[in-house]
Design a protein around this ligand. Structure first.
Ligand SMILES: [Zn+2]
Length: 107
């Protein structure tokens, strides 16, 4: 029996994207009367860096998802570091330490 290949492997690897030059990453082009979907980038605003071609829609969706997830992750990390090490935390600590030290008179 022949080993059956199940078609091209699904690739979730990230492809380097560049902003579409035709629409400057806006995904739409200003027409005479209204904005038109940019055909150079499949109306995504992004093209493949290597070829400058628009990605097929089924690839594009995954690539945009990967980028969105990465961006979300980055936002969460920034939020967390702001909560843990931000100026608000230091202020609370100083405030707690301050009155105890200065108000103790001992008489
Ligand atoms: Zn475009």
């Amino acid at each position: 029996m022949m080993k059956k290949s199940s078609g091209p492997a699904f690739r979730a690897a990230q492809i380097d994207l560049a902003k579409c030059l035709a629409c400057h990453g806006r995904a739409v082009i200003s027409g005479v009367f209204h904005e038109l979907a940019c055909v150079q980038c499949n109306a995504s605003g992004w093209v493949a860096v290597e070829t400058g071609d628009p990605l097929p829609l089924e690839v594009l969706v995954t690539q945009l998802s990967i980028r969105l997830q990465a961006a979300d992750h980055q936002i969460e990390q920034l939020k967390r570091s702001a909560l843990l090490g931000g100026p608000a935390t230091q202020y609370d600590e100083n405030n707690r330490r301050g009155p105890g030290a200065t108000n103790f008179t001992g008489d």
